[in-house]
Design a protein around this ligand. Sequence first.
Ligand SMILES: Nc1ncnc2c1ncn2[C@@H]1O[C@H](COP(=O)(O)OP(=O)(O)OP(=O)(O)O)[C@@H](O)[C@H]1O
Length: 788
Amino acid sequence: MKTQKQKPRFKYRPKVQKKGIKITGQWKPVTIDPNLFADEKLDEIVCFEELTDYEFVKSSKELKKGFKRKHGEVEEKLESDATSKSKKRKKQKAASEPLQESKTEDALLETEDEHEEFDVGVKSEDDGEEVTKDQLTQKVKSKKKRKKRKNKKNTSAEEDAPPPHSAKKSKNWSENALAHTSSKNADVSAWKNLHVPKVVLKALSFLGFTCPTPIQALALPSAIRDKMDILGAAETGSGKTLAFAIPMIHSILEWQKNQESGAAEGETEEEPTTSDVNNEIDATEKQEQDMSENEDVEQVEDNDDVVAENFDINFNDMSSSKSGTWGKESPLLGLVVTPTRELAVQVKHHIDAVAKFTGIKTAIIVGGMASQKQQRLLGRRPEIVIATPGRLWELIGERHPHLCNLRRLRCLVIDEADRMVEKGHYAELSQLLELLSEVHYNPKRQTFVFSATLTLIHQAPTRLLQKKRFQKVDKDSKLVSLMEKIGMKAKPKVIDLTRKQATVETLTETRIHCATDEKDFYLYYFLLQYPGRSMVFANSIDCIKRLTSLLTILECNPLPLHANMHQKQRLKNLERFAERESCVLLTTDVAARGLDIPNVQHVIHYQVPRTSETYVHRSGRTARASSDGLTLLLIGPNDVINFKKIFRTLEKNEELPIFPVEPNCMSGTKERVSLARMIEKMEYFNCKAKQQNSWIQQAAEALELDLDDDALIGGQQSEEDERIKQKSLKIMKKQLKQLLSQPIFRNLLKTKYPTQTGKLALPILPASQLETALLTISKQKGKKKKSK
Ligand SMILES: Nc1ncnc2c1ncn2[C@@H]1O[C@H](COP(=O)(O)OP(=O)(O)OP(=O)(O)O)[C@@H](O)[C@H]1O
């Protein structure tokens, strides 16, 4: 008699296997302290279970084998009673399926490879689960095989083929910005006297960068010819990234040349000390010990490998550092530290673009992405690392061999330096700087420090000015303090190209004063009236979450970006934002600094930022590289203090223009937004109550307690209550749909435009078709001047 097997908790999902994981264990519930969910951060989790065991599927070949086996089985079965035509047809179908499936798998692996840097491993450290060494080995092996296959395909490589690192292209918003100007073969004679290496000139020509920006023209000779440290302040979007990237590349090329020629006169001074070498050896030994379980597997794998595969983790390579060759040949030479992960990704792309023909490798080390993958990237010994402080410090702490001897660094860049050294921020950066200026001190290392607000001085409040002991901070003392914090010892070249107002001349700044609860109306009004690429900044994640729901209900398709999102989603949303011509990015200040998204037309400060620096950087996401842009401040009663403070600090003498709003349009706007707000509130509370009640019920069940209805949020609702609620929600949604389908500016249409042949043959938003936000404001300015 057959016994019925117990059903597995989760069904086997072939989709998961295709992605590279084969489930060999079981899903088991994990007990979690319900208090953890008091914090809203985890309120989207429905259940939490652990998978006791799994395997990485080695390669698509294996999958194909699996499919072949299945295919074979089907064939045998079919052959045994292969008489009827219908069975033959089945056989043909079965034969074609495996082929199709293996093709899909191949395509999947290709994309995985292409998006490698953005890919967050299924079992990443950040998900709180470990990748076992076996699995890591298998992963490396399958990757190598994939690469081998790829290499075979690409044997007919062009002569001028770019170096290996640039062959892999991952999609990125900064590529749009770089491609935008790309004319492939521009005249770069204007860069002539700046000591830019020829290979870099070739890349600049390829990018269409015909002449240097002012900050580049001033920084390059001092950094390249005079080997000076640079403190650079220049407005947002003025090309500061290349002002440090080009000298860094030059320095690395020079080092490589010295190594090749063997002259290395200066290099001998920079040879690692005995303790440095010991550190490296210790670290390598530690890593080897960690991996010793897999030694046999690894050995076989290395024998299987061709030389071209050596960029992957190669433990033989690591062990060669024992004899000193590894450390000498490929040390870390350039390090860029940025405040956000997105900025690190972008800086890498900008550096890669100008290093295109140099063969210099770069890697990103940031939080929120799989640490194992980043360690593997470091294993390729990139000359340049672009990192955020937390993850970098973590890997230095773990003594990754490539990060062991920072004394050999030629260039250190602190991007957005004023933010990075702010009190209470980036403790890891202080530790790193301490390490660099003491144990790993190298007098020959160049330090580049850049920001648009490096020399911004705050106007002290009058009450402080009146105090006797009060010491006024001026530009010089601010820079001295910054140098101390960074540990810069030599006298740097200070380049300050910022204006008193700190914002860009091509930026038009506007404002609307309103009550706090009217901000939604004006925001929606602006977005509807002036489509285009708009970034909306708010001061808190909660505010961004609410606005995302509200604008989604209003069918504006906003994209959110904040620190509580999964890193992969953050990057995806940035990419999408840069791809769409008309789109809204709702973000916190995580996107305020450095991001270079092409053609952002509007920046809306939904809440006035807390500091002048943040105002300058947020506003600087538009009007970049001499293009025009507009900012709109929505100033509620709570924002007035910050607004006044910022405008005093930035010495904005001219009265900031009020953004003109068509009063006829506001009633329609308010009607829609008010209804959408009611829907949003109802959905929010419904969802929250359901989630929390579900947890309370589960916890009570686990503790075998009888649950009182009062313990549940909103009490135990009767089905009837719930039905009524759902019905009214449905009605509201229908109403809103109806409103959204009609032209919002009905009154305006009636008065301004007659109907033609009984039908309204006009766009839904007439004003948006007629003028841009910038044109509206310049018209208003013109009118004011005339009336004077
Ligand atoms: N010489 C040049 N010619 C043309 N475009 C350039 C040049 N240098 C840089 N750019 C482009 O200008 C844009 C802004 O550059 P970048 O992001 O380096 O500005 P930034 O000064 O660092 O801005 P932020 O202060 O906001 O970080 C980029 O799209 C970059 O590709």
